[in-house]
Design a protein. Structure first.
Lengths: 331, 353
């Protein structure tokens, strides 16, 4: 039925740039880590991006994984990602390691950025393991802007830590702490114990590291800390005020829907025919953000900062819910 | 009005043929800049102010590749260093005028007015058609008394064409079909739509020489490439090929309420027929003149409003809304404020928060 297909096509307000890119380089750079370079098979320019951005690799119908870009923003001919083989891989990193090779084609979506580098005279970067990838691009930008920056980079063993050669020229700015070496514990206290003025902290790594950094940065000025998680934050115990069932009024569309337990706001409004954009469906990519006009969101995403949560004027509708019986959104 | 343009972005400063071995003063992003071409052919850009007194260097003269101020004769090398002060022996130590990175990709001369080091982090957007012999074109430089985002938004939602330029619409089409798609990435926004088969409007028939009795499909695509560049493609599909018309517009804020427009109209058909170029120049010039009148009126009204107003957006604005957000994030991040994640309202320089 043509009528239906037209409606379906009109439903989605935006579509992210998607392209079939060719693997032009695939090499092991550290124990368990490969870098993969992607280019347009016709030699065209790739979309522009900024430090901290990531792309989706569409490896199969239900196998979509997000990887930070770690090449230079100046290189519009080629994107590079660094991928750690996860022994418990659900398929993503194993696919990148074993199935991709030079000459393969892979569908790529994005880039988008949930971890943007805000201009500042000073930066403290903290990377754990493969969390170094977005930090590399930030270092390039910090250097270009003549910012004062330092990196604390931890990993399992020196051999497992990617890009050490690239970091070498920066000398004292970089502290490398492999866990298996003497004094190898990541000394967060040395860089975070005293809040410093006009310094932004950017951290990417495993959950344990992020948690420790978040704890130490609690005394830093609001907005100092920026983190990126490998995967969705472990779902916090739902707040006692969270409601199982609530109403969402879509003000621009003039539609009100009921969101029952077990359904997301996103699903409920999309079903009602509202134009919404979504991607990761687990609260990490920031694509489905909507403005909140009225009501109190129950934030369940990993994107918003504490300040943004407290302000309550935006919501990621793929995972977040409501503390008030009625939520009015600008969609 | 709040500044709503990022500095860390390549903007068109001039077209190649505007810059010669003579001084060209131009206000770009509320900064006075003087441009000239050195004998080597490279373009130089400096702040248009003598270090001694606030006199524009563009009112001086060139002596070889050196710039001599027209007030007291302070002389500058093309790297901005002051090399001579006529009234004294020594030159003030370290005295220099700020210079700006320039990349020339004819016919555009791109300038970087942001943090100097960041220029290397991103190349200016490419406009390959303008130097490709498979395309022929015509160009025009305009100045519009309106904020540059009003222009971006205007060209990201062409539903105005039915009201403003009805003669340009193919006969029998009485409303613009919805956008087929709005495609986004971190920094760009592109829309596309397809028009149902229709006979040719007069301007299309004259330009393409195609039969007026046949119905053709058109594809329209518009891309916000960066805050500095909009590219629109209008293709008439006929005889197994696409008769492409590209409208490439460099938008460079002059001030928060005025914009330089570097307009290029190129086509991939009848490339050797100057008369077609002349025709298209006239058609697009007339459209630009009408667009300008409306945009300037909107800007004037905004200037008269004393209270912040929030515009109501409609579905057709969704590409524009996304472009505002890209711009807002660039502005906030470069100001050292984390992007506030507020979407359209705050992105809009017209609204004071």
């Amino acid at each position: 039925m043509t009528g239906t297909s037209v409606v379906a096509r009109e439903r989605s307000a935006y579509r992210e740039v998607e392209a079939d890119l060719e693997v032009v380089d695939h090499q092991a750079v550290a124990d368990g880590v490969v870098t993969v370079a992607l280019a347009d098979p016709d030699g065209g320019d790739l979309p522009e991006w900024t430090p901290g951005a990531h792309i989706d690799l569409l490896m199969g119908p239900s196998l979509v994984r997000q990887y930070s870009l770690c090449s230079s923003t100046a290189n519009s001919a080629e994107w590079r990602i660094g991928v750690l083989l996860d022994p418990d891989s659900r398929g993503g990193s194993r696919f990148v390691h074993d199935q991709l090779e030079v000459g393969s084609t892979i569908r790529v979506r994005g880039p988008r950025n949930a971890f943007p580098l805000v201009s500042s005279p000073r930066y403290q970067f903290i990377a754990g393991g493969i969390g170094i990838t977005p930090i590399l691009t930030m270092i390039e930008a910090a250097e270009a802007r003549s910012a004062d920056w330092h990196l604390l980079y931890g990993g399992r063993t020196r051999a497992s830590m990617a890009f050490l050669d690239q970091l070498e020229p920066f000398g004292e700015r970089v502290t490398v702490s492999p866990r298996d070496e003497r004094d190898g514990t990541l000394n967060l206290g040395s860089v975070l114990s005293d809040p410093r003025e006009e310094t932004l902290v950017y951290c990417c790594g495993p959950e344990g590291l992020l948690g420790a950094v978040e704890e130490r940065c609690a005394v830093w000025p609001e907005g100092s800390l920026h983190v990126e998680r490998f995967q969705a934050k472990p779902v916090e115990e739902s707040s006692p005020d969270a409601l199982d069932t609530f109403e969402v009024e879509c003000q621009s569309s003039g539609v009100t829907v009921t969101v029952p337990a077990g359904r997301s706001i996103y699903e409920a409004v999309e079903e009602a025919g509202i134009d919404v954009l979504g991607s990761c469906m687990e609260g990490v990519c920031g694509t489905c953000e909507c403005d909140v006009i009225e009501g109190e969101p129950d934030h369940r995403d990993s994107v918003l900062s504490e300040a943004e949560r407290a302000r309550g004027d935006v919501i990621m509708i793929c995972v977040s819910r409501s503390r008030s019986e009625r939520l009015v959104l600008d969609i | 009005m709040r500044r709503n343009y990022p500095f860390n972005c390549w903007y068109v400063a001039a077209t190649s043929n505007e810059v010669d071995h003579e001084l060209l003063g131009r206000r770009l992003l509320d900064t006075s800049v003087v441009l000239y071409r050195r004998s080597s052919g490279d373009v130089v850009a400096m702040e248009d102010r003598c270090i001694h007194r606030a006199y524009p260097l563009s009112a001086g003269r060139l002596e070889g590749d050196r710039l001599v101020c027209g007030y007291h004769g302070f002389t500058y090398d093309s790297d901005g260093r002051c090399v001579e002060v006529p009234s004294q022996q020594n030159v003030p130590h370290g005295a220099c005028v700020r210079t700006f990175p320039i990349r020339e990709q004819a016919p555009f001369v791109w300038i970087w007015l942001g943090e100097p080091g960041s220029a290397a982090l991103r190349p200016p957007p490419r406009t390959p058609w303008l130097a490709d012999p498979a395309w022929a074109g015509t160009s025009e430089t305009l100045q519009i008394e309106a904020n540059y985002m009003l222009l971006h938004e205007h060209y990201l939602d062409l539903t105005n064409v039915f009201v403003m330029h009805p003669e340009a619409v193919p006969p029998g089409i009485d409303s613009l079909p919805p956008l087929n798609e709005v495609e986004v990435s971190e920094m760009s926004v592109a829309y596309s739509r397809q028009l149902p088969p229709a006979r040719l409007a007069d301007w299309e028939a004259e330009a393409t020489g195609l039969s007026r009795d046949t119905e053709y499909i058109r594809r329209e695509e518009g891309t916000f490439v960066s805050p500095a560049l909009h590219v629109q493609r209008y293709a008439i599909e006929a005889e197994g090929r696409a008769y492409d018309n590209l409208r490439i517009q460099g938008f460079t804020p002059k001030t928060p309420t005025a914009t330089h427009v570097f307009l290029q109209i190129v086509r991939n058909y009848a490339t050797d027929r100057g008369v077609v170029g002349d025709h298209l120049r006239t058609v697009f010039h007339e459209m630009a003149a009408r667009d300008t009148a409306v945009l300037e009126t909107v800007q004037r009204h905004l200037g008269e409003e004393t209270e912040p107003r929030r515009d109501i957006n409609v579905i057709a604005d969704r590409a524009a809304v996304r472009a505002r957000r890209v711009v807002q994030e660039m502005v906030e991040e470069e100001a050292g404020r984390p992007a506030t994640r507020r979407t359209l309202a705050a992105a809009d320089g017209r609204q004071r928060r």
